[in-house]
Design a protein around this ligand. Structure first.
Ligand code: ATP
Ligand code: MG
Length: 250
């Protein structure tokens, strides 16, 4: 299993990149794939152009409510495991899991622990896991992203989002998270700047060009799964994925 995640300041293109990665994997017939929306404001599904399923948190909340009135003979853990399967939505070529929003810190500890265990058992059934994350560093600090093979830190070409990118990188190091590769992705969609000599602790793996097709699709409320093969941002991401598949003999 190869698990890929994204991080970065708000609005830098994290969800767009996660969608482009998923699309590349789908078109390269890399199955099975799990797409995870770990942003509480979940819009991974919308960005892809599909309907969002019920979130894991919604289901867990339901379980918490009825936990003391379970049918006779059913263990809570067993019940949670059966119920939680309902959160996995089967799409064409991949499965989708939406985590949803937790209500404040500390609640559902029992369920959250079970959930973490369930997630790690679930993930190993897939060849690729592609995870969209919320903006900022919260998910890193809370360690909800889990171990990652590749983390893309996405930044626009301005100082503020580059500074956030650097803070994220520093946080990853200080928390000693288990992330095998970290790369910087420069998204040039709002403005372009020559940053080839940028002094950043990890290399720029690719630059995401402004893509008219992505812009058009979002104006028409259509998802990235409808993106044509010659879209320039798609070509850049799919080149990376192609190399990754070759490198790892997948
Ligand atoms: N390279 C690009 N070309 C054209 N449009 C882009 C590009 N990158 C991002 N966009 C557009 O910019 C908007 C914001 O991108 P996106 O939602 O991917 O950012 P995000 O980092 O996930 O935001 P949030 O922090 O709110 O989750 C979207 O409407 C997307 O279509
Ligand atoms: Mg997003």
């Amino acid at each position: 299993m190869v698990k890929i995640g994204v991080a970065g300041k708000g609005g830098t293109g994290k969800t767009t990149l996660a969608s482009l990665i998923l699309l590349s994997l789908l078109r390269m017939k890399q199955k099975p794939i799990l797409a995870v929306d770990a942003d509480p404001n979940s819009n991974f599904a919308e960005n892809l152009g599909i309907k969002s399923p019920r979130s894991v948190v919604e289901i867990v909340t339901e379980i918490e409510k009825i936990k003391n009135n379970l049918p006779y003979g059913i263990e809570k853990a067993q019940y949670l495991e059966i119920k939680i399967q309902e959160a996995i939505k089967e799409e064409e070529g991949f499965d989708l899991l939406v985590m949803g929003r937790t209500e404040g810190p500390g609640c559902y500890c029992y369920a959250n622990n079970l959930l973490r265990e369930w997630m790690s058992k679930l993930e190993i059934n897939y060849k690729f896991v592609v995870m969209d994350n919320e903006a900022g560093m919260e998910h890193m600090a809370r360690r909800t992203s889990g171990d990652l093979d590749i983390l893309f830190i996405v930044s626009l070409c301005d100082k503020v989002s580059l500074r956030t990118a650097e803070s994220i990188y520093k946080m990853i190091n200080s928390l000693q998270l288990n992330i095998k590769k970290v790369y910087l992705v420069l998204n040039e969609f709002l403005y372009k700047k020559n940053l080839d000599n940028l002094n950043f602790p990890v290399p720029i793996i690719f630059k995401l060009p402004f893509d008219e097709e992505i812009y058009k699709l979002s104006e028409e409320n259509k998802g990235i799964l409808n993106l044509p093969e010659d879209s320039i941002a798609y070509i850049v991401v799919s080149e990376f994925i192609k190399k990754l598949i070759l490198e790892r003999n997948l």
